[in-house]
Design a protein around this ligand. Structure first.
Ligand SMILES: [Zn+2]
Length: 594
């Protein structure tokens, strides 16, 4: 016998708990908490905090309180002396009982308690003097997250049984719900499985779109910013950002990243081509399609071998550059519709390549259905994207930005593939972007066996805790430490009279600089080899972007390399042009000399 009887109440998840009281001539005994009973009712946690309050005067109202996400908690509220009128309000925007409330009278005599799930506010009025309450909480108290709703909010009209005698100033000061409900976000839902997202990996504050570089003419205009937060889906374990801007806005700029400007990336493309042509035995009879083919950095190698290919690239400037080197290119986003259209034209692909695009599509299900439609029977898909395991392990938080919608593990990718009749049959790990996966896919009924590498990688992800909340805990704190370290470093250099400049105006630099609140007074300029960015300003931080020649002329004491994934290559390029005592540093995964 658990000693507790639990019954569901009409508001989703809210429960009435009754203690079984054992009386004898000494007095009484009752259980306030039972992990087994709660777990059996779908609340599998132990209390991490047990609090206790005494309220002196009858008629006092405490509440209505809750902790804001991600600190939402389940509470068990028991009255152990006196009697209270206990109220729970459903504040979950996606709940069918949103803004409905439920009240119970709780006392030691009736042995009743309320089990209040996450997303509810809680408050009570004392019906007697000297009421004593015991609260069991599933999450610790977080002062900054503590907030509330007014007890007399007109949107609730709770009929408190007594005229309120005592209410704290703080409890009277909560903003009315009517002013807030418009601003309560609809529940963020997983872009793959549509589960509500409740576990937050990191909140990087409000940030502009990372590729929205500013010109001198737009420098004084206000910038559009959106919260930059990453969530973990606790059903399919896809880590993801929220959708804000339409992808057409994000990729329309002509300051796009040109893949060919990176030597490391060009070398990677050449090596990939040689490997895959050999592995799949591709020939002049094959057909290769690359999604987000950029400036033809990769497909030009297939063109050189006489292997028919097609690039799909929505950004006009890079598509034009691809065509200039002989890569046929369709200027479109890849979708299920386009995949089906090419298939209907008899243009199903023996090889579909997606490098750094799978993680960048807002509708990952539509994109994956498109892969299945486009892939010829017996054909192969290869996708490359940064590894979630490495991101979490190394705290590579600056690879998080709005246009980077998904942060993928092999396990999540496998699940997404399976949902459209595809299968992952091989996987490799690469050093690009700090640590990337190359996933090989085929139709589910393809006779090729799945390699042992797939099981090994899935095992490594499991061991890292990626399919539980464990791996994601503490990420925010580590991100804060990296930020503090960078700011302290830049302030130290300034205090020592050493001049610092940055190199690499990439998206990751913007996430880092904007999260750290760094402006030109600490970092006067950044240099970048891409002519399309020179003369512009970084979004948010408004740091001017110069050509690399500026660095040689200015001779700063220290160069902060923002594109840390290319730090070795960049240092090699810069070293012959700068004094030998120039210091080269990166800030992520932590402050270090290159
Ligand atoms: Zn999901």
């Amino acid at each position: 016998m658990s000693g507790l009887a639990i019954a569901s109440l009409p508001l989703g998840g809210l429960c009435l708990v009754e203690r079984r009281r054992h009386a004898d001539d000494r007095g009484e005994f009752a259980r306030l908490w039972s992990a087994d009973a709660l777990s059996a009712h779908g609340f599998p946690f132990g209390p991490v905090q047990v609090n206790h309050s005494i309220t002196r005067n009858r008629g006092t109202i405490r509440g209505l309180h809750y902790q804001a996400p991600p600190h939402t908690e389940t509470r068990l509220v028991s009255c152990t002396r006196g009697e209270i009128y206990d109220v729970a309000v459903d504040l979950r925007p996606d709940s069918p009982t949103f803004l409905q409330w439920h009240a119970e009278r709780l006392s030691p005599e009736n042995g009743r308690a309320l089990l209040i799930p996450e997303g509810f506010a809680h408050g009570f009025q004392t019906l007697t003097d000297d009421c004593e309450i015991v609260y069991c909480h599933s999450r610790p108290y977080v002062a900054e997250a503590e907030t509330g709703v007014a007890f007399d909010d007109p949107a609730l009209s709770i009929p408190w049984p007594l005229p309120p005698t005592v209410v704290s100033d703080r409890d009277r000061g909560h903003a009315p719900l009517a002013a807030r409900t418009q601003r309560l976000p609809a529940a963020v839902r997983c872009r793959h499985c549509e589960a509500a997202l409740r576990l937050q990996l990191v909140d990087l504050g409000r940030q502009p779109s990372s590729n929205a570089y500013l010109s001198a003419a737009t420098l004084d205009a206000p910038e559009t910013t959106h919260p930059l937060r990453a969530y973990v889906c606790e059903r399919c374990w896809l880590v993801q950002t929220e959708d804000f801007a339409a992808p057409t806005d994000l990729f329309a700029h002509d300051y796009a990243y040109f893949s060919s400007t990176s030597f490391t990336w060009s070398k990677h493309a050449a090596a990939y081509t040689a490997m895959i042509v050999d592995r799949l035995g591709l020939s002049r009879d094959s057909f290769v399609v690359e999604l987000a083919s950029n400036d033809g950095y990769l497909l030009r190698h297939f063109v050189a071998l006489g292997i028919p290919c097609l690039g799909i690239e929505p950004t006009a400037s890079t598509a034009a550059a691809a065509e200039a080197v002989g890569v046929p290119t369709r200027r479109e986003f890849f979708t299920e519709r386009l995949g089906a259209e090419l298939a209907a034209q008899g243009r199903r692909a023996d090889l579909v390549i997606g490098n750094n695009v799978f993680a960048h599509v807002p509708d990952i299900n539509d994109f994956t259905r498109g892969l299945a439609a486009l892939l010829a029977p017996g054909g192969t898909i290869t996708l490359e994207f940064p590894s979630l395991r490495i991101l979490v392990e190394k705290t590579l938080f600056d690879t998080i930005y709005h246009e980077h919608y998904s942060y993928l593990s092999l396990a999540a990718t496998e699940r997404i593939f399976r949902s459209v009749g595809l299968r992952v049959f091989d996987v490799e790990e690469y050093a690009t972007h700090g640590g990337s996966l190359r996933v090989y896919g085929c139709h589910a009924d393809d006779p090729r066996p799945t390699t042992a590498r797939v099981a090994t990688m899935l095992g490594a992800e499991q061991a890292a805790g990626l399919q539980s909340p464990v791996a994601y805990a503490g990420f925010q704190q580590r991100v804060g430490a990296i930020r503090d370290e960078l700011v302290a470093f830049l302030e130290g250099e300034r205090a020592a009279g050493r001049r610092v400049a940055a190199y690499g105006a990439a998206a990751k630099g913007n996430t880092l600089l904007n999260f750290a609140g760094i402006t030109p007074d600490l970092l006067p300029y950044v240099c970048d080899a891409a002519p399309s960015k020179q003369g512009l300003f970084l979004p948010g931080s408004r740091i001017p972007i110069h050509a690399p020649e500026h660095l040689a002329a200015d001779r700063p004491d220290t160069v902060l390399i923002l594109a840390w994934n290319l730090a070795g290559e960049i240092k090699q390029q810069l070293a012959p042009r700068l004094p030998t005592n120039t210091r080269y540093v990166v800030a992520v995964p932590r402050m270090a000399d290159v």
